[in-house]
Design a binder for this molecule. Sequence first.
Ligand SMILES: Nc1ncnc2c1ncn2[C@@H]1O[C@H](COP(=O)(O)OP(=O)(O)OP(=O)(O)O)[C@@H](O)[C@H]1O
Length: 296
Amino acid sequence: MSAIRTEKLSKYYGKRRGVVELDLEVKPAEVFGFLGPNGAGKTTTIRLLLDLIRPSSGQAWVLGQPVRDNPALRRRVGYLPGELNLYDGLTGWELFRYFGRLRGKLDTTYLNQLIERFNLDPTHKLRTLSKGGKQKIGLVQAFMHRPELLILDEPTSGLDPLLQAEFQKLVQEVRHEGATVFLSSHVMGEVQALCDRVGIIREGRLVAVSAIHELAERSLRRVRIRFAEAINPKEWAQVPGLKNLRAEGDWLEATVQGSLDPLIKAAAQHQVRDFISQEPSLEEIFLAYYDGRSAA
Ligand SMILES: Nc1ncnc2c1ncn2[C@@H]1O[C@H](COP(=O)(O)OP(=O)(O)OP(=O)(O)O)[C@@H](O)[C@H]1O
């Protein structure tokens, strides 16, 4: 059984494209990252999976069941919406109690643990909280009933680095307990740190699904190294994986495809003053992906 499956799932808002013929499969107990630029269709997909909006055509199944008109299924799923504004008039506690009642039971021990881990004060009304404060409430309510599947829309947006790390730990824990996590993001680093596989959506269409290590192998990085003395450009032309190489005086710049290891080993033969490696943007990852395909 798949944790999530969609078959030719499409959604149009009038004539506007939401998502187009999406065939998606997420396996049980995997962490799946759904990656794409703004407006690509991530939120639309998530809302379709939760039956919050209806598809124009196609079908979706969650935990082996059709999502349509299936309130029992919702209790088995934890959902973090992109925006929690609907509940602005409630305090954190009120929101947790409300969701606890909807889902039938409230494990207060686990809830209190989560509140502590996210360093949360649930006594304030949501409208008075910062974006990060609301995000913490949203995360706690998504995890608090130990759902079998978590569907999280941009889960770390607004979280400081410490809480991002706490979130990553929590995801790994629930996954070890057998839960599946589906999360959307437009930040490559977060997806790389957390996910087993990633699907890339662009203009409403799923353009690639790949294991995270394959994506990293294909991705490009811009590297700049400054040495203690002038270097010989010819030496660097031999290093595998370097493209767009420029070597002048005491510095070198190159685009590296895949592993940085050969370049680092070559650089280690000299005295290095500075080393800058830029994470590729989503656009560069897409380009590397397409380059890889056309070369294959
Ligand atoms: N209620 C709506 N009415 C009309 N068009 C919509 C509606 N919701 C989304 N769209 C359009 O559908 C497309 C996909 O939007 P969606 O919000 O799913 O993208 P996203 O990948 O989640 O982007 P973001 O990262 O900005 O949240 C966009 O072109 C958007 O303008």
